[in-house]
Design a protein around this ligand. Structure first.
Ligand code: FCB
Length: 450
C-alpha cells in the first residue's frame, strides 16, 4: 500500500479494535455536582494565567449529562471500543475514605451504556485529575498517594470489574509528572525536577501495585499502562548531537519503558539526574515490572534534538529543534506518519511487548463550522488516513498492534490551552453544546462501516 493511500478496514485483522478515546476532566463537566470533590485541575484552572483562555472544566462538554447522546455518536461511527477515564475525586471526593455513591453510579450507567451499544469499555484509572486533598498532602511526590491510588483502584475495579475487562492504570506519566511537577505547565504547577522524578517513580510504582489489585477484582481482565512516546532524531550527524539524542531518549522514552520491562531505570539517565534521581525502595523495581497484557502507546509527533552544552533545558543537555519546512498541526506538532512506524518498530525491537494498543492519536487544526453545519477538516482527515496507513505498515512488518483509538470523539478541554485546541472527530459548539461530525469523523464512520 502506498504511504498516502488510506487503507480499508478489511486490510486489518477482523478482531482489531477500533475506538475513540476520551478523558474525564476534558469532557465531563459537572465539576461541582453530585458530590464530586475538587481535583488538581480544578485548582490549577482557578489560578490566574494558568490556562490560556482563562477557562476551566466546570462545564466542558457537559458529558456528565449528555453521555447517552455521546455514546450514540460513537456508535454511529461504528467503533467497537470506547476509551474513557474515571475521575478519582468524583468517587472519593477527599481522595480516600468516604465514598461518593453518585460518582460510582455515574460510571455504572456509562459502562452499561457502552455495553448496550456494543462497545467494549476501556477504562483509564488516572488521566491526571488527582483529588486536590491528596495534592495538599504532597500529591505524587508522597508515597502515601500510591496507597491512596490502590484503595481507589480496589473500589473502582470491585464495582466495575465484572463488566470492564480492559484497564489502563495511568495515562502518560511523562505528562502528569514532568509537565506537572517540573515544567509547571500542567497541574499542580510544580517546578522541581527532583519532585517530578519522585512523582514519576510513585506513579510507576502505583501502576505495578495496581495490576494485581485489578486482576483480583476483575477476573480475565487485560491490564496495561499508556505512555506518551516519541521517535527522536538528532539535528545532525555530529557526535555531540547524536549523544544528545541518546540523553533525551533516556528521559523521554527509556525512563518509562526500561523499568516497565524489567530493566530498572536507565543507568545513563540516572547518572545525569544526579541528586534529582528518585528515592527507590527495595522491591519497587520488581513491582513496576509486574507483567501486563498490553502496552498502551499514545503517538502524536516525532522530536528532533541538538546538543545543549549549557544545560539550560535541564540535565539531559538536549534542546528541541524544529525540523524546517515540515507539515505541522495547529499546535505546531510535526506531522509524521512515518514516525509512527519508526516508533512502533523500535518498541517492538527493543522491548517486544505482548501486544500494543494505540490508545491515542489525533491532531488539532483551526476548525470552522460552516453555515450549512459542516466542518471541512481536510488536514485532520488526511492526518487520520495517513496514520492508519502507517499503522498498517507497522503491522505488516510484525508489530503486534491490536487496536487503534482516535483522539478524540469530541472537541474538549485541552489542558493548559483550554478550549483553543480542537482535537475532536465531532465539533462541539460550546455555547449550545451541539455536536457536529466533522469530515474526518464522517470518513472514520465510512471506513468503519465499509
Ligand atoms: C495527550 C493527552 C490527552 C490529550 C492529547 C491531545 O497528551 O493524553 O489528554 O490532551 O494529548
Amino acid at each position: 500500500m502506498s504511504a498516502n493511500i488510506a487503507p480499508t478496514r478489511k486490510q486489518f485483522p477482523a478482531d482489531f479494535l477500533w475506538g475513540v478515546s476520551t478523558s474525564s476532566f476534558q469532557i465531563e463537566g459537572a465539576g461541582r455536582e453530585d458530590g464530586k470533590g475538587e481535583s488538581i485541575w480544578d485548582r490549577f484552572c482557578s489560578e490566574p494565567g494558568r490556562i490560556r483562555d482563562g477557562s476551566n472544566g466546570l462545564v466542558a462538554c457537559d458529558h456528565y449529562h449528555r453521555w447517552p447522546q455521546d455514546l450514540d455518536l460513537a456508535k454511529q461511527l461504528g467503533v467497537n471500543a470506547y476509551r474513557f477515564s474515571i475521575a478519582w475525586p468524583r468517587i472519593l471526593p477527599r481522595g480516600r475514605g468516604a465514598v461518593n455513591e453518585a460518582g460510582l453510579a455515574f460510571y455504572d450507567r456509562l459502562v452499561d451504556g457502552m455495553l448496550e451499544r456494543g462497545m467494549d469499555p476501556w477504562a483509564t484509572l488516572y488521566h491526571w485529575d488527582l483529588p486536590q486533598v491528596l495534592q495538599a498532602q504532597g500529591g505524587w511526590i508522597s508515597r502515601d498517594t500510591v496507597t491512596a491510588f490502590l484503595e481507589y483502584t480496589d473500589l473502582v475495579t470491585r464495582r466495575l470489574g465484572d463488566r470492564v475487562k480492559h484497564w489502563i492504570t495511568h495515562n502518560e506519566p511523562w505528562c502528569s509528572c514532568i509537565m506537572g511537577y517540573w515544567e509547571g505547565v500542567h497541574a499542580p504547577g510544580g517546578t522541581s525536577l527532583a519532585d517530578a522524578m519522585q512523582a514519576c517513580h510513585h506513579v510507576l510504582l502505583s501502576h505495578g501495585q495496581a495490576v494485581s489489585v485489578i486482576r483480583k477484582n476483575s477476573p480475565d481482565a487485560q491490564v496495561g499502562i499508556t505512555l506518551s512516546l516519541h521517535p527522536i532524531a538528532a539535528a545532525s550527524d555530529s557526535v555531540a548531537d547524536q549523544a544528545a539524542l541518546k540523553r533525551h531518549d533516556g528521559l523521554r522514552n527509556r525512563w518509562f519503558l526500561d523499568p516497565l520491562f524489567g530493566r530498572g531505570y536507565p543507568e545513563d539517565t540516572l547518572a545525569l539526574l544526579g541528586a534529582a534521581a528518585p528515592r527507590v525502595q527495595p522491591g519497587d523495581l520488581d513491582t513496576i515490572a509486574t507483567p501486563t497484557d498490553f502496552l498502551g502507546v499514545n503517538y502524536y509527533f516525532p522530536e528532533m534534538v541538538a546538543d545543549d552544552p549549557s544545560a539550560s533545558h535541564g540535565p539531559m543537555r538536549a534542546k528541541l529543534v524544529d525540523r524546517p519546512g515540515v507539515e505541522r498541526t495547529g499546535f505546531g506538532w510535526e506531522v509524521s506518519p512515518q514516525g509512527l512506524v519508526d516508533l512502533l518498530t523500535r518498541i517492538q525491537r527493543d522491548y517486544a511487548p505482548a501486544a500494543i494498543q494505540l490508545t491515542e492519536n489525533g491532531s488539532t487544526f483551526e476548525d470552522v463550522l460552516t453555515p450549512e453545519g459542516r466542518v471541512h477538516d481536510a488536514q485532520r482527515l488526511s492526518y487520520l488516513q495517513r496514520h492508519l496507513a502507517a499503522l498498517h505498515r507497522a503491522m505488516e512488518v510484525g508489530v503486534p498492534v491490536k487496536g487503534y483509538f482516535a483522539w478524540s470523539l469530541l472537541d474538549n478541554f485541552e489542558w493548559a490551552e483550554g478550549y483553543l485546541r480542537r482535537f475532536g472527530l465531532a465539533y462541539v459548539d460550546y455555547a449550545t453544546q451541539q455536536r457536529t461530525l466533522k469530515d474526518s469523523g464522517l470518513w472514520y464512520g465510512r471506513f468503519l462501516n465499509e
